[in-house]
Design a binder for this molecule. Structure first.
Ligand SMILES: Cc1cc2nc3c(=O)[nH]c(=O)nc-3n(C[C@H](O)[C@H](O)[C@H](O)COP(=O)(O)OP(=O)(O)OC[C@H]3O[C@@H](n4cnc5c(N)ncnc54)[C@H](O)[C@@H]3O)c2cc1C
Length: 326
């Protein structure tokens, strides 16, 4: 009997030499994989499985999928990919190093892998590589912040402010863009307090401007957050004062997750992100980037997916040497 399950068919893909290695299986990488698969490219997606939004229960703003749990979105994408036998996903696998190596047959890159799954090859050679590894976040050093992050404290206003509208909110951060973020969040509530956690993130002129809009700036160091089961209820300041809140936002520091590219001489911006043109091409021919990995700050799921799709289209055109308007 012929076994036609998608899993069996994708398992048949040779994962040691492919047209495209995609590093990262978030919306950027999976969307690129779908479009490259449909263009008959052989593709391996390598995914460590640590999505940036794993802390949250619901994702918002993705057309037709508003409110979907993050893992469900990935699951749906994986199910669609299973229809393409030329696309394989290696889960729980990390690309530890990427090197340029012209082997003369068009395979320009070698990705070294470290995986837990049986049958994971130690390396994959590819004509092209798409970096879709997202970014890493460092939150301000407040002991319980991580317990509330993604539950009642968020970082993306476009993603989560709707659910917090008209509530008493905190904005916590230590970066110079804090006042601008406060003005953005004030779209959703007129009960906003900005906590600089002892830093000078908000200048005195900015503080006066915010005060004129009814936004109070509290400069005292934060001792911790209070609350229960992910629902924050107060900011506790050093000295013991408490400011009651129903939720809030934090401004993390964002860093690229790109150590594995260190062996390649590729242009980076001042934050260490890969510099790309509007189509996702880096300064190295055959090396592309999409999603949060391709920008100096975070984006949204649908933007990352769109960038992945665009990079896929450009990659296919580059394969055949035709310049595209993408
Ligand atoms: C708390 C929170 C809530 C959010 N809510 C929303 C929301 O409601 N709506 C919205 O649109 N956006 C939301 N976002 C933003 C959204 O998560 C990102 O914009 C989106 O995930 C970016 O997609 P990506 O594919 O670029 O990266 P990711 O989704 O981060 O995927 C990158 C993948 O690459 C893998 N990876 C990294 N390095 C390697 C490596 N070396 N080898 C193999 N794999 C690797 C990671 O494990 C990960 O699985 C939220 C973010 C956070 C933090």
């Amino acid at each position: 009997m012929t076994d036609t399950t998608a899993e069996t068919r994708v398992a048949a893909v040779d994962t040691t030499e492919v047209d495209v290695v995609i590093v990262g299986g978030g919306p950027a990488g999976l969307s690129a994989a779908l479009n490259l698969g449909r263009a008959r490219a052989s593709v391996v997606v390598i995914d460590a499985g640590r999505p940036r939004n794993a802390a949250t229960l619901r994702s918002h703003g993705f057309l037709t999928r508003d409110g979907i749990p993050p893992l469900e979105l990935r699951k749906l994408a994986r199910a669609e990919l299973a229809a393409y036998p030329n696309v394989r996903v290696l889960d729980r696998t990390v690309v530890t190093a990427l090197v340029e190596k012209d082997s003369g047959n068009g395979l320009r890159f070698i990705a070294a892998l470290q995986g837990r799954g049986a049958g994971t090859p130690p390396a994959v050679a590819a004509r092209s590589v798409l970096v879709a590894t997202g970014l890493r976040e460092t939150l301000p050093a407040i002991p319980s912040l991580r317990a509330f992050y993604g539950m009642s404290i968020f970082s993306c206003a476009a993603c989560d402010a709707w659910e917090l509208q008209d509530k008493a909110l905190a904005l916590i951060g230590e970066t110079p863009d804090l006042a601008a973020r406060a003005r953005l969040i004030a779209r959703w509530t007129d009960r906003l307090t900005v906590f600089t956690n002892g830093s000078d993130a908000v200048g005195t002129v900015e503080e006066a401007e915010l005060a004129a809009s009814g936004i109070f700036v509290d400069r005292r160091p934060i001792d911790d957050l209070e609350g229960d089961r992910g629902a924050v209820s107060a900011v506790r300041l050093t000295g013991g004062d408490r400011v009651e809140i129903d939720g809030g936002f934090v401004r993390p520091d964002w860093h690229p997750a790109l150590d594995f590219v260190n062996g390649i001489e590729v242009s980076r911006d001042r934050f260490g992100n890969l510099e790309v043109d509007r189509s996702g091409r880096t300064s190295v021919p055959g090396l592309y980037a999409a999603g949060d990995a391709a920008s100096p700050g975070p984006q949204q799921l649908i933007v990352a997916a769109g960038q992945g799709a665009r990079a896929a289209a450009v990659l296919v055109h580059d394969f055949i040497g035709v310049r595209t308007a993408h």
